[in-house]
Write a protein that binds this ligand. Structure first.
Ligand SMILES: [Zn+2]
Ligand SMILES: [Zn+2]
Length: 254
């Protein structure tokens, strides 16, 4: 399995793209601004989109993808998300006001987008990948994904904060080789991080003590401009862990 990081920043800026991971060229986890860098052929190769939650930095690319793919593909794009996320997409984005309803275009019988509700804990097999969504704690209903292959197990937390939900889910996995996890705010913005339900390096470092696995950590979602401070603080908070700060263009192979 090869995971290409199309974007993993907590915002926009030169060279920065928001969360979107392309798995083996055909499966997209989150549809942030990173999908905007794919050419027509790469976009048309995507058959499945798995979303973590309804926040704009994780779904905005879906609207533009649908528009670009209209009339270009002969199969619907299968979008998987928890029911709460799908309701927000229906009500607030694909509502004919913000964007056309591509779940009814070109026709309700053969639409471009098909929305599939996911249940946490219920695994889904797509080609040789098994994806298991798990609940995490955020300001809106949100999930992360565990992706299993013969070569090992990768998990992506999505946007999350401290709490039992995340660690119980990760500790229940049989193994964990790579963990992509967010650390959005520097320590000085601890209060804001708590309100926005994101991690700071100090909180992540303390919370990781609850994880029974020792995966390689891939850190994401830094707020633009805070990257260097977060990196310094991670050096102190994550000593003993193997980790790296992910950026657009990186990949994870297992
Ligand atoms: Zn979010
Ligand atoms: Zn986010």
């Amino acid at each position: 399995m090869q995971i290409r990081i199309l974007g993993c920043s907590g915002g926009i800026g030169p060279g920065l793209r928001t969360t979107s991971l392309l798995v083996d060229g055909h499966l997209l986890i989150d549809a942030g601004t990173g999908v905007g860098d794919l050419d027509a052929r790469a976009l048309a190769a995507i058959r499945t989109v798995m979303l973590t939650h309804s926040h704009l930095d994780h779904v905005c690319g879906l609207a533009f993808m649908a528009d670009n793919l209209f009339g270009e593909i002969d199969h619907p794009l299968q979008v998987h998300a928890i029911p709460e996320t799908l309701s927000v997409l229906r009500e607030h984005i694909f509502n004919w006001k913000v964007w056309p309803d591509f779940t009814a275009l070109p026709s309700p019988e053969q639409p471009l987008l098909v929305f599939n509700p996911l249940a946490a804990g219920q695994s889904l097999t797509i080609d040789d990948l098994t994806l298991t969504p798990f609940r995490v704690c955020h300001t809106v209903p949100a999930i992360g994904y565990a992706v299993a292959t013969d070569a090992g197990l990768f998990a992506f937390s999505g946007d999350t904060c401290a709490g039992d939900t995340l660690w119980n889910a990760l500790n229940a996995l049989p193994r964990l080789d790579h963990l992509m996890i967010e650390v959005a705010f520097p320590n000085r913005d601890g209060e804001l991080a708590e309100l926005a339900r994101h991690f700071t390096p100090a909180v992540l470092g303390a919370e990781l003590a609850r994880l029974r696995h020792r995966p390689m950590l891939h850190l994401t979602h830094a707020k633009p401009g805070a990257e260097a401070r977060i990196a310094d603080e991670c050096a102190a908070a994550l000593s003993g862990w193997r980790y790296r700060h992910l950026k657009t263009g990186d990949s994870i192979t297992l």
